[in-house]
Design a protein. Structure first.
Length: 329
């Protein structure tokens, strides 16, 4: 196998792992709790930017300004930038979560999240001093720069695989805990869950923080591999790609969401690259979103439960009462 092909295959594995982590985080919010977080891509971007700034070093050296401008910078050893970037995603969720989740109904919450995403993009592009404006941050040093490119890529595949396993353990812990039943009751009927004494606001905030933390983690992993991040790569439309993966794979079913993440995050994205160039150069990229939109409509119409539907668990009530079915991951 040639070095180029080896790097390409490793890159696909990295993209698949990052997409799975991000989609699992969104599924905790939307699939388990019913939070339509259309600002999800912001938290992935926060993780990417913080990890980059903690790897690149200071943007200013005395009175000389480098070719990149950003808010702060440091040169921390790997994997500290990833860990601190993940914490930054959690911290931002703690700050904005109580305001967004406190009073807004699901439809208004979706609008507020979408507006938040648009505002974040505009502010980032307008203020160059934050994260280098529309150009974005680039030339982020590779964590294993002393090795050959192929070796670096496969070591990073192992790093991402460890990240996927950690996130899988966290998600499994949540899914198989009493909290999961509370989350699903909130998803199905928030008013009924509140009337039964459930802490609806606390449950929503918990999954909001957990999901966004995974988003930041995925963004930090991705930028340490590809070495660049710009506003054009995290516009609000990118959130709908993750929503598509959750819907197509199977809302509330982690295995299905992983399948959807691979199909949408890797399969379709790579397939579009091999389309022949025709018309305006930007048209080929638009075809990807057109196809994803058509795919969402098809699944919502003919198979709304997704590729792998959410399973049901059966519980026996005391005194040999009839069996009761409840939703499960």
């Amino acid at each position: 196998m040639s070095s180029g092909l080896s790097i390409y295959i490793a890159t696909l594995f990295v993209y698949a792992g990052v997409s799975i982590i991000a989609c699992w985080g969104l599924d905790l919010q939307y699939g388990s709790t019913g939070i339509p977080n259309f600002a999800y891509i912001i938290f992935q971007a926060i993780g990417a930017y913080v990890a980059a700034m903690l790897t690149l070093g200071p943007a200013k050296h005395g009175s000389v300004i480098t070719y990149q401008q950003y808010l702060f910078g440091a040169r921390l050893p790997y994997p500290l930038p990833i860990l601190l970037a993940t914490f930054a995603g959690a911290a931002l969720s703690v700050v904005v979560g109580p305001f967004l989740l406190r009073r807004l109904r699901e439809d208004y919450l979706a609008i507020a999240m979408l507006v938040l995403s648009l505002i974040a993009t505009v502010v980032t592009e307008a203020d160059v001093g934050l994260v280098n404006g529309t150009t974005g941050i680039f030339n982020v040093p590779e964590p294993f720069g002393s090795l050959s490119p192929a070796t670096q890529s496969w070591i990073y595949v192992g790093t991402v695989a460890i990240g996927v396993l950690i996130c899988a353990a966290v998600v499994r812990r949540i899914v198989h805990s009493p909290l999961d039943r509370v989350l699903r009751s909130v998803r199905e009927n928030e008013v009924a869950a509140s009337s039964l004494g459930k802490n609806v606001r606390g449950a929503k905030l918990a999954t909001f923080i957990a999901g966004n933390t995974m988003a930041a983690f995925s963004g930090a992993l991705l930028i340490e591999f590809i070495g660049a991040w710009a506003p054009s790569g995290w516009e609000y439309a990118e959130t709908f790609v993750y929503f598509s993966a959750v819907i197509i794979g199977g809302r509330g079913r982690r295995g299905g969401v992983a399948v959807g993440a691979v199909i949408l995050g890797v399969g379709i994205s790579e397939a579009v690259r091999y389309l022949p160039t025709f018309g305006d150069p930007s048209l080929v990229g638009a075809v990807q979103f057109m196809f994803i939109g058509a795919l969402i409509i098809a699944f919502l119409w003919w198979r709304p439960e997704g590729i792998l539907p959410e399973r049901k668990r059966v519980f026996r009530l005391p005194d040999e009462a009839p069996l009761v079915e409840v939703e499960s991951a």
